[in-house]
Design a protein around this ligand. Structure first.
Ligand code: PHE
Length: 341
């Protein structure tokens, strides 16, 4: 038979790991350890069988064991009484309080749609920093210092460093791609851009763009047009008409702006199209040879196209939002309208 010391040891382990599952369980514990015929009493009775030279040590162990058994009971009974007062009857089968689900921001909804349209034809997504250096935002894009085209975009400069700007377009990401990626490249660059404009219904100091770049051998203007026709059909539907107007961007030659037939009035004239039947949605063109040479690419071998659109503009057309400020005011009455999209 196990010695008294061994028995104490085994029961100690049991007490230490005991966690009552309820009042009845704790009562069983009390009877088992502290009852009149309980383990503490039984072991105390055995002290007389311990050899006299070990009795003192065994007695101390027994006292400590008794204390442990009592403390365990006391602390649990206190806990039970405390919780019994606070939560008289808790029905754990009741349903929980539902947390309201947020909505996607309309700009994000449209950005996601633009991205997935281009992903289907092999474009991948590229991003870059919003604080940009002069080289990636301007100079490498065929806009050297004092180039008049820099005035087309009212730039925010970073006070600490005159070489840093808040990027005025995501063409800066295209520059970074040409600098680092092996050809061919086919990327779409979504992101926030900044321009020093007075905030009004029609202008904001920041907005969002999605720009695209495709550089490979034998890329032609016909490829550009076909890609953009495909985009318009996917985004606005097959009946949408498209027209290109010649334009100017320093980093493309030739350059164009693309209009679509007004999706609100179908061309008969409304506020969105300013009664012209057409709305401008993007700028585009063939990548300027100077830009390719800036990145060590031979324009005799490689050609490419680029385009850039404002995400707010596309969202305005899709959802008929007529005030740009709504996008950043975070008014839940506005945002909730896009639930589930
Ligand atoms: N970066 C131009 C802008 O912000 C848009 C653009 C991109 C035009 C690519 C042509 C080609 O206005």
């Amino acid at each position: 038979m196990a010695s008294l010391q061994e028995q104490i040891h085994i029961h100690e382990q049991e007490i230490k790991s005991f966690i009552p599952s309820g009042a009845a369980d704790l009562e069983n514990y009390r009877i088992r350890f502290l009852g009149t015929k309980g383990i503490v009493k039984q072991l105390s009775a055995e002290i007389k069988n311990v050899p006299p030279d070990q009795r003192k040590e065994a007695g101390q162990m027994l006292n400590a064991f008794k204390q442990l058994a009592e403390e365990k009971y006391e602390s649990n009974i206190n806990l039970q009484q405390a919780t019994a007062v606070k939560t008289p009857e808790m029905d754990l089968t009741l349903p929980g309080t539902p947390l309201p689900i947020g909505t996607r921001h309309p700009l994000r909804i449209i950005e996601n749609r633009i991205i997935s349209i281009f992903e289907k034809i092999g474009f991948s997504v590229a991003t870059g920093p919003e604080i940009e250096d002069d080289w990636h935002n301007f100079t490498s894009l065929n806009m050297p210092e004092h180039h008049p085209a820099r005035d087309m975009q009212d730039t925010f400069y970073v006070a600490q460093n005159p070489d840093w700007v808040l990027r005025t377009h995501t063409s800066s990401v295209q520059a970074r791609i040409l600098e680092t990626q092996p050809l061919p490249v086919r990327v779409i660059c979504p992101g926030r851009v900044y321009r020093n404009e007075t905030i009004s219904a029609r202008a904001h100091c920041f907005f969002h763009q999605c720009e695209g770049l495709y550089v490979d051998k034998d890329v032609s203007f016909a490829d550009l047009k076909q890609t953009l026709y495909y985009f318009v059909t996917e985004m606005f539907g097959e009946d949408t008409k498209v027209r290109f107007r010649p334009s100017y961007f320093p980093f493309t030659e030739p350059s164009a702006e693309m209009d679509i037939s007004c999706t609100v009035c179908g061309g008969s004239g409304c506020n969105l199209c300013k009664h012209t039947g057409w709305v401008e949605i993007l700028g585009c063109g063939m990548v300027h040879p100077n830009m390719l040479t800036n990145f060590g690419i031979d324009p005799e071998v490689y050609t490419g196209f680029a385009f850039g659109m404002g995400v707010e503009r596309i969202t305005q057309i899709k959802f008929q939002v007529n005030d740009l400020r709504l996008y950043s005011q975070n008014d839940v009455r506005f945002l909730r309208q896009f639930q589930g999209l």
